[in-house]
Design a protein around this ligand. Structure first.
Ligand code: ACO
Length: 320
């Protein structure tokens, strides 16, 4: 049976960058010192008013396809992870497909918040391993700035906008080695946007609501557990990991996960400092940054892992 292997990566950040001091200047009751000390974040990018998740996804996808050396016509599956879709429906994956100027491929969204990319990659891998599809575009794209309450300093300083994409193709060479996905909906209330549209009005709260300390504890525990589970499935241990590419929520969560895996920080890709938390986009954004900087090379063993609202969590171990 063939493997599913990443053959190209791409990413896109909207041009407007906002530093912590810019947030203070905009009236957020915070400081650069507080944000850097608690989260490691120094700046984040924000989409322009007219930019939707599918626009960010399009730019990232074009770069991933160019890196893979394929045209959009070759893609037979689009899986797009987002919690900030363009519309209620159709899916952002279908809107991306239209912007790519192609038709016919299966296209759908995956909603697993900050674990979305780990979920989307795993789903796409299963399509490819089954033999039903051969060339997938897997995307994480978010405009989280649209669901932030700028008066809530506990959340608005944490997030940014962006998109990352990979082309995943059937291959005789490995490829994705193992993956594990989990959820526990009992913890939905520690991180949620508890709103909906009904009768033409927003009902409930259309902004991110978070119990930060509870999220922190939960994330640190499950990220270590799911990394070990995925290594076990592949019959490997943590010494096999060349690069850990965790969801970029918070540098302290990342450092704690690396410590639990016995990995030095120089084997961990971090972009949280300049991207903030871009939810489903954070892992493919970090992956693409490290690939383009020449740090990640063909043949390296990568551990990608995410955790987010739901609660959801997952990891993907792969040979790049
Ligand atoms: N600037 C200044 N002060 C702030 C800010 C801010 N931006 N935000 C909160 N504070 C204050 C609080 O009001 C509180 O003040 P008080 O003691 O006078 O009441 C104080 O700082 C401590 O608040 P806590 O929420 O207890 O702060 P904590 O040390 O837990 O840090 C943080 C908050 C950074 C959110 C932390 O809990 C955390 O990192 N949690 C993980 C959350 C996360 O990463 N979420 C991302 C989404 S989830 C995901 O992607 C997995």
């Amino acid at each position: 049976m063939s493997y599913a292997r990443i053959t190209g990566t791409g990413s896109y950040l909207p041009p407007t960058a906002l530093t912590n001091d810019d947030l203070v200047a905009r009236g957020v009751d915070t400081s650069d010192e507080w944000i850097v000390e608690r989260t490691g974040i120094r700046s984040r990018h924000l989409a322009d008013a007219g930019q939707m998740a599918s626009d960010l996804a399009l730019e990232a996808s074009r770069k991933a396809m160019a890196a893979a050396g394929i045209s959009a016509g070759k893609i037979d599956l689009i899986v797009l992870a987002t919690s900030t879709p363009d519309y209620i429906f159709p899916s952002t994956a279908c809107l991306l497909q239209s912007k790519l100027g192609v038709s016919g491929a299966a296209a759908f969204d995956v909603q697993a918040v900050c674990s979305g990319f780990a979920y989307a990659l795993t789903v796409a891998e299963k399509f490819i391993r089954s033999g039903s599809h051969r060339c997938a575009l897997v995307v994480g794209a978010e405009v989280f700035s649209r669901i932030l309450d700028w008066n809530d300093r506990g959340t608005c300083v944490l997030f940014g906008d962006g998109a990352g994409a990979v082309v995943l193709e059937a291959s005789e060479e490995p490829g994705i080695l193992a993956s594990a996905l989990h959820a526990d909906g009992a913890h939905h209330a520690i991180l949620e946007v508890p709103g909906q549209v009904c009768g033409g009005k927003v009902v409930g709260q259309p902004f991110v609501k978070m119990d930060g300390p509870a999220v922190f504890k939960f994330a640190v525990r499950v990220l270590a557990e799911v990394a070990h589970e995925t290594l076990d499935l592949a019959g490997l241990d943590a010494t096999a990991i060349d690069w850990l590419i965790p969801h970029q929520a918070n540098i302290r969560i990342i450092q704690s996960t690396a410590r639990k895996l016995g990995l030095p920080m120089d084997k961990v890709v971090t972009t949280v400092e300049r991207h903030g938390n871009t939810s489903a986009a954070s892992i493919p954004l970090a992956l693409d940054a490290a690939v383009r900087e020449g740090r990640i090379k063909r043949g390296d063993t990568l551990m990608l892992e995410g955790v987010g609202g739901g609660f959801t969590w997952g990891a993907v171990l792969l040979k790049f």
